[in-house]
Design a protein around this ligand. Structure first.
Ligand code: GN1
Ligand code: MG
Length: 370
């Protein structure tokens, strides 16, 4: 983690090329990994921008993260010039702002890695789903993003986070951690351990399908959870996808699964009453409708076969990641209190269980769209 206190934030903001002078820098958003700030400027057309300190414990090659971000955002900007959006919709993508020395980042005296991106106006995000209409827009947003990058060869991007969403790797890391750490027993940790043991075989479903050539690597967003889809404050339509740090070669299934596990859980992923967490099929239908309105053209029959597995797998995987991090002492995800990552894990396992118990209903919703 970046534990060092940053240099003066106003001074860091001033390292990036903007039209005005920074007058305020405030914490922004609810990310689990990076530190994010909103900068206000005193003049210029764009009076705000987003400043972020990348967690270089997680992103070990931050320059490659920036290169991927530039490749993807420039590709999308070019594509948007030739796309006519239905019903006067707008779609925006954050642009990378250069530092004054021409680089896409600035490294401060503490070796913290900073980058700046444009702020998209008149838009907001939500940590929990607001309505079925919102769910449809969340699905539309991911579909639009996938559509816009569907012609970008994934080999153009670097693998900036090796093993990201490769569930069997998270499982072997968990095995390694649990074998080293003893005094962890409580009813909650026992629940997690049992939950994982019963589902070991599941961990391989997408990687196996990939190895068998049934599904293929493409450009993925990597983190399409509900609060990374921007919603226009007036029209309530999706207007962009943010948080492009994990854009890299991968399976679109990881994205679809992540979007479903995040947006079909009305209580959200930060919930104390974890036993009441559930997966709502009606929200799933709305997300699929929005997603497929944009993505139908590039999904194969085999892709559809694995959508249910993807939703169950990514909820399970995130639970496994949170639980392992809890056991390891919160070295990856920021924790605000003791047991925070354990609670997050319980919530995702409960969600995975809810997905499992509704398998036939969810599979038939997916079939409705084929
Ligand atoms: C992390 O930091 P944030 O909130 O954008 C994580 C995702 C998880 C998510 C769960 C690079 O994303 O994979 O799904 O937390 N990002 C990384 O909230 O590990
Ligand atoms: Mg993220």
């Amino acid at each position: 983690m970046n534990n060092k206190a940053p240099d003066d934030l106003i001074a860091i903001a001033g390292r990036f090329t903007t039209t005005g002078t920074a007058t305020a820098v405030q914490p922004f958003g609810s990310g689990n990994i990076n530190d994010t700030f909103l900068v206000t400027l005193d003049s210029g057309n764009e009076r705000k921008f987003v400043l972020q300190r990348l967690n270089t414990h997680v992103f070990k090659s931050p320059e490659l993260v920036m290169q991927n971000m530039r490749t993807v955002t420039e590709h999308i900007e070019a594509r948007l010039k030739n796309v006519s959006l239905e019903n006067g919709r707008r779609w925006e993508t954050p642009r990378v702002l250069r530092a004054r020395d021409g680089q896409d980042w600035f490294i401060d005296s503490n070796s913290s890695f900073w980058r700046a991106i444009t702020f998209i106006e008149s838009a907001e995000t939500f940590d929990t789903i607001q309505s079925t209409a919102h769910a449809e827009e969340v699905g539309f947003g991911l579909g639009m993003f996938h559509n816009l990058v569907s012609d970008l060869p994934s080999a153009m991007l670097s693998d900036t986070l090796e093993g990201f969403h490769i569930t069997p790797r998270y499982l072997s890391h968990y095995d390694d951690v649990i074998s080293r750490i003893r005094s962890v027993r409580s009813p909650e940790t026992d629940y997690c351990i049992r939950f994982i043991e019963k589902r070991r075989a599941l961990a391989h479903v997408l990687e196996q399908a990939k190895a068998q050539g049934k599904i293929h690597m493409r450009v993925m967003h990597g983190d399409p959870k509900i609060n990374n889809i921007l919603i226009d404050t007036a029209t309530r339509q999706a207007v962009g996808m943010i948080d492009l740090d994990t854009v890299k070669p991968g399976l679109v299934h990881y994205d679809i699964g992540d979007c479903l596990r995040s947006a079909c859980n009305p209580l959200g992923e930060e919930v104390e009453q974890w036993k009441t967490v559930s997966f709502e099929p009606d929200l799933c239908r709305a997300i699929m409708a929005g997603y497929l309105s944009q993505a139908r053209g590039f999904l194969s029959a085999a892709d559809y076969e694995y959508l249910f597995d993807a939703a169950r797998l990514i909820a399970f995987e995130l639970g496994l990641r949170f639980f392992t991090d809890h056991l390891e002492g919160n070295v990856y995800f920021k924790a605000r209190y003791e047991g925070h990552n354990l609670l997050r894990a319980l919530c995702q396992f409960r969600l995975a269980g809810s997905i499992e118990s509704q398998e036939s209903a969810i599979r038939s919703i997916i079939r409705e769209f084929r």
